[in-house]
Design a protein around this ligand. Sequence first.
Ligand SMILES: *Cc1c(COP(=O)(O)O)cnc(C)c1O
Length: 383
Amino acid sequence: MRDTFLPFSRPSITEDDIAAVGEVLRSGWITTGPRTAEFELRFSERVGCAGAVALCSGTAGMHLVLNALGIGPGDEVITPSMTWVSTVNLVVLAGATPVFVDVDRDTLMVTAASIEPRITPRTRLIVPVHFGGAPVDLDPICELAAARGIAVVEDAAHATGTRYKGRPIGQRGTAIFSFHPIKNITTGEGGMVCSDDEALLERIRRLKFHGLGVEAFDRQTHGRAPQAEVLEPGYKYNLTDMAAVLGIRQLERLEALNRRRTVLADRYRSRLADVEAVLPLGTPGYDHDHAWHLFVVRLDTERAGMDRDRFMRRLKEHNIGTGLHFRAVHLQRYYLESAGTRRGMLPDTEWNSDCVCSLPLFPDMSVDDVDEVVNAIEDVLGS
Ligand SMILES: *Cc1c(COP(=O)(O)O)cnc(C)c1O
């Protein structure tokens, strides 16, 4: 057994990253400024999108997009329940109604076929989620939405570096990325909205900083013009330069970080092929580059003779950390008690919700670490 604990995720931070943050701290300008502008520019160049706005989280990005699209009471937003709670919470907080669609049992992603029957005259927005580093099958979803005049906003929190049919996620349409510490690149906390809709980006730039008609940082005044006034009530969702410089440095290493994730994921896949009670996610059949944000497996609880929670506890006793992506949103207490959801409405989501488990996967892990995880799994299942 390992003598040190292996967490399920750990950010990759180099001495150069730390020095770059130190430089910002010493510069006299630590909040939104030149480093944030540079991060937005570099990120949009990499993704190939028309423009990008950096924010303090992915959730902040989703909040501002919902706001900018005017989503509110009477509106329906189509989303998987197999997602992080943030999007669904925001839909409810906006007074709109989340409409859940089931996911593919093996990729955990929605399809145009699962979405279509849930469209009503009230549907305003579809939020597909790129899951675990794989891209959702976007083309049919975008065609369906365009034909009905419905907006699409991609949850790309898991998809920094993911490509779909040769195109980076975020290049077209509107996509929201996250830089939370477990994501493929991190700024501590942070997010980015990429869009080819210039008017939407302008609105988000305004809403992210009190609704003032200016950025927090103005090159002329080397600060914020004190005369700036409120054009509409806004929020306080800007990213700091301390965080942005970390994003710039991480972005430079993105390809290498994701290559490393791929090596580790390949090792898991070959080792786990012999472990019958543990079933990795399927990868999509269409052309894509996987960012391997997560390595999610499903426990065959009958074969294993234990439930998922016990499996996770037993791995922890072997010094192996695990994650849970995700517990279905519609089965969480508020939604069951107050939003009229119930068990049975989304069979493939629910089956996965009960047996998914994310194994350790981060760039600073070694192939030996992967082997130790699989050995521990074999141990736990054998006993
Ligand atoms: C992490 C995550 C988010 C939210 O991102 P934050 O930056 O933590 O606000 C949204 N959706 C999914 C699927 C995520 O995993």
